[in-house]
Design a protein around this ligand. Structure first.
Ligand code: FEO
Length: 389
């Protein structure tokens, strides 16, 4: 396992998790990476670790540059276990190392690991640490992604380590963003929507900080390192964190029992298509909630469809709404529909949740009894078209 030099004397010592397909409810169809970085300076410095099962691979990569016992400084930008899992092994090996993290990080580490023998120094925004040729600057970024989250900046290298910020669950043959930008941006959007969407205000603070820094490379803890397309990802973060959208993007998220609600979903998509929108249809029977969220992030218009099942909606839609409530996206135009047999009002459940999220719901729910008739579809078509007015 060889480390990869990303700047002179600064190495990627992370791990690619090609087989990861699930990350707390998020479907990671392209795997992920846990990026850690090693800075060779007067004080040998490690920025973050990896997930515990990959500790041996990570140690081998560190050892390809330097004996891990020689590490002097460990920076823990984030306590979540995909980054901190290997820290106990590092702190056992590097007996003289001091770990730097915010106070919330110290508390978090002590709740997850036996840290009583660790030398920990807490830092806060604006604190610096000289490690020889380089000086590290720490900036707390609470809730991007946990209360303890922090970024580390190396001014002389114009290098930012923002941990989860700007990350993607994407294992790639390249370490950098040089090729396949469409895939990288799509995975960054999916990551943003599923991991940090609730924390738009906090992300905007990070962007304000980033705007004051000279940045040549952004090295996140997941996915590829940004060096060629930094303006593009910054612009996307501005859009996503302000709950903005691409005006002609729309998505219809639905599930169906015997095809009636699916027919309705296609009618809504047709009506919106005629209005000039680019519409994605997302069936929860075949797509994970995290894929539906990825479709929604940039959409202005979102329709939700479910038939009545007993006295409620289909469990796939129930799970999706639970997930959506947690992510609390704002500033969407919504529309709900569905078929029913003998209980008409189950679709209110969808409308109520969208209403509580503060979405604009210009049209009442449209329901169809048993099977869609030409008349019923025409009425649905008109209602859907009115949403776009
Ligand atoms: Fe990649 Fe919040 O951990």
């Amino acid at each position: 396992m060889q480390a990869v030099e990303i700047k002179k004397g600064i190495y990627w010592v992370g791990v690619k998790d090609w087989n990861l397909r699930e990350f707390h409810g998020y479907t990671t169809s392209r795997g992920s990476t846990y990026n850690a970085y090693l800075i060779i300076d007067d004080k040998i410095t490690l920025i973050d670790g990896v997930k515990a099962p990959f500790t041996d691979l990570f140690m081998q990569r560190v050892a390809s540059v330097i004996d891990p016992q020689k590490i002097d400084v460990v920076v823990c930008n984030h306590v979540e276990m995909d980054h901190s899992g290997a820290l106990p092994a590092i702190m056992r090996k590097a007996k003289n190392a001091t770990l730097y993290c915010p106070a919330a990080g110290e508390r978090g580490l002590s709740m997850h690991y036996d840290t009583k023998n660790w030398k920990i120094r807490t830092v806060k925004t604006g604190d610096t640490l000289n490690i020889g040729k380089h000086t590290l600057t720490f900036v707390q970024m609470p809730m991007v992604h946990w209360p303890d989250s922090m970024l580390t900046y190396v001014a002389d290298e114009k290098l930012l380590f923002p941990n989860d910020g700007f990350g993607q669950h994407y294992a790639s043959d390249s370490l950098f963003d040089d090729d396949r930008l469409d895939i990288i941006l799509d995975e960054a959007k999916k990551y943003y929507g599923n991991i940090v969407w609730p924390y738009g205000a906090q992300v905007q603070k990070v962007l304000e900080t980033a705007a004051t820094l000279d940045i040549e490379m952004i090295a996140p803890s997941h996915g590829v390192i940004w060096r060629k397309h930094i303006p593009e990802i910054i612009e996307k973060y501005k859009l996503w964190s302000s709950y903005g959208h691409v005006a002609d993007k729309a998505v219809v998220v639905y599930d169906s029992m015997w095809g009636s609600t699916e027919q309705m979903a296609r009618e809504v998509a047709a009506a919106w298509g005629e209005k000039g929108l680019k519409v994605t249809l997302c069936s929860l029977k075949y797509s994970n909630v995290s894929d539906a969220i990825n479709d929604i992030v940039e959409a202005k218009y979102v329709a939700l469809g479910s038939p009545t099942l007993n006295s409620g909606i289909l469990p796939t839609m129930g799970a999706f709404l639970t997930y959506l409530k947690g992510l609390a996206p704002k500033n969407k135009v919504g529309f709900c529909f569905g078929s029913y047999g003998w209980k008409k009002d189950a679709q209110n459940e969808m409308q109520d949740i969208l209403s509580k999220l503060g979405w604009n719901l210009p049209e009442p729910i449209v329901t169809i009894n048993w099977r869609p008739t030409d008349e019923g579809l025409k009425a649905l078509h008109e209602a859907a078209a009115n949403v776009v007015k």
